[in-house]
Design a protein around this ligand. Structure first.
Ligand code: ADE
Length: 242
């Protein structure tokens, strides 16, 4: 997979892309990152990329020209159109399913939204999907782009070994993860659950499944509702079928 990232702050990415799974994925040849400085496509001698919003109001708005020019140049260099993503608090929420969909692409182009906003013709004219990493506002889209890249790359085939398979990620099942323990069996008066120390695989699996359900019901009942809706749609689909 080739990932192009268009940003005003390319220097923010090196420490994140150079460590852990993202580094290993590049070493294994599963992913390559290309960082592009939006400033290089700015206007005039000062290389401006933003301007005051029509209608007034505070802040500056990212202009179309620099972003369109950059996207065209990047895709010409990369040899074709990528799936285009624009980071934005107004976007569709990043979920496991969306990350899985993006991981299936050969090419991604992530445009980091910045300042107080961007000209609406950027997502419209470029057909870029606006993606949010949560209901809060970051100073810029760079951290959001890093979150998207991390979530996507670990789901790309061949990146994780069997041991750490993404199939075991809690959200792959649409549920939260179960509690984990390691040595010592007792710490500061707190004991690891008996079932996990029993050595009985069936008992361990049963305990984990129960804890997964309990935790999800207590903390994220919305995930259980979503699973229920999917199950109903599946069953209804089958009933209506031949
Ligand atoms: N830019 C600013 N806030 C953001 C968010 N929550 N998600 C994605 N991009 C953003």
């Amino acid at each position: 997979m080739r990932v192009d990232i268009l940003t005003l702050f390319p220097g923010m990415f090196a420490p994140v892309l150079g460590e852990s799974i993202l580094r290993i994925a590049q070493e294994k040849g599963r992913v390559e990152f290309h960082l592009h400085d939006l400033r290089a496509y700015g206007e005039g001698t000062r290389r401006n990329v933003d301007d005051r919003p029509y209608g007034g109001g505070p802040g500056m708005v990212l202009m179309c020209g620099p972003v369109f020019r950059a996207v065209e140049a990047i895709e010409r260099e990369a040899g074709g159109r990528a799936r285009r993503v624009l980071t934005s608090p107004q976007g569709r929420l990043l979920t496991h399913d969306l990350a899985l969909g993006l991981a299936g692409e050969g090419r991604l182009l992530i445009i980091c939204g910045h300042y107080e906003g961007y000209d609406e013709r950027i997502p419209l004219g470029l057909g870029a999907e606006e993606v949010s990493i949560g209901d809060y506002v970051l100073t810029g889209g760079e951290l959001a782009a890093m979150v998207i890249v991390d979530a996507v790359v670990r789901l790309t085939p061949g990146v994780l070994g069997d041991e750490e398979s993404s199939q075991r990620d809690c959200f792959a099942q649409g549920l939260l993860g179960y509690p984990q323990y390691t040595r010592p069996a007792e710490f500061a008066g707190m004991k690891a659950p008996e079932a996990l120390l029993s050595g009985d695989h069936a008992r361990v699996a049963e305990w984990r499944a129960a804890e997964t359900r309990l935790r999800t019901a207590q903390r994220r009942p919305d995930l259980l509702m979503r699973r229920a809706r999917i199950a109903v749609a599946d069953l209804t689909g089958r009933k209506d079928g031949p």
